[in-house]
Design a binder for this molecule. Structure first.
Ligand SMILES: [Zn+2]
Length: 236
């Protein structure tokens, strides 16, 4: 039997160690996990900033045991795998031992994407999130001081690649280069030139790609009265 191998994926962020507050929402075929980011460890994270992981084509997910105190009872427990991190589990035997408290999100994904499905695990202080999906995209959302408006931080990244480019979630076209605390062109410039930022999700390069993505994954984006996909209503 192959031993599961844990590959740490959160190399440039961490969940809040005390109050990560993980929440799950559904977006078409995808499942979005949001949680408070750790602002103690990372200078580029403001207090109250939320991280989101959108799990693409998610077959099933759960949020349950273990917590940080009962981690040693986790079915794949390995003493050298640290708690509080987000992992890809290679050699996972999820198909036979995924916990029974799972929620099936879309069972047809098993047939459609069988060979591409991967097992992801995020260990939070009071519980563990696990899911089976084809991939993920990481984004950041900042709620402004008034609490009224949700803003994508200025470097929301939709690509899973590690090459520091923000790409269209539909066609893969490069939208911007991502630097440590901004992007080039800037968030505002990208938006003004017609690229479409979607909170909790990532970027699309154009209205055409937004339309295509919507059709492909059976999701509904927010649209203006004029019918454009735009979560910011021209206000940036
Ligand atoms: Zn595109």
């Amino acid at each position: 039997m192959n031993t599961p191998i844990f590959k740490k994926l959160n190399n440039d962020f961490d969940a809040d160690p005390n109050a990560p507050d993980p929440k799950i929402s559904l977006l078409g075929n995808h499942v979005v996990l949001s949680f408070s980011l750790n602002s103690f460890l990372w200078d580029n994270v403001s207090e109250g900033e939320t991280g989101t992981l959108t799990f693409l084509n998610c077959l099933q997910y759960r949020l349950g045991k273990p917590d940080s105190d009962s981690y040693h009872r986790y079915r794949y427990y390995q003493s050298d795998v640290e708690y509080f991190d987000f992992y890809l589990v290679e050699n996972s035997t999820w198909i036979k031992d995924f916990p029974i408290d799972k929620k099936i999100h879309n069972s047809s994904i098993l047939n459609e994407f069988r060979s591409k499905l991967k097992h992801f695990v995020f260990f939070f202080r009071d519980n563990t999130f696990e899911c089976v999906a084809t991939g993920y995209s990481f984004g950041r959302v900042f709620i402004d001081a008034s609490g009224k408006k949700e803003q994508v931080s200025n470097f929301i990244v939709s690509s899973t690649s590690k090459d520091n480019y923000c790409r269209c979630s539909n066609c893969g076209k490069t939208i911007a280069e991502v630097t440590e605390d901004s992007m080039i062109p800037t968030f505002e410039e990208c938006y003004k030139s017609g690229a479409v930022p979607v909170p909790n999700f990532g970027w699309l390069c154009s209205q055409i790609c937004a339309n295509e993505y919507e059709e492909k994954y059976h999701i509904k984006f927010v649209r203006t009265k004029e019918g454009k996909v735009d979560y910011y209503f021209g206000e940036i």
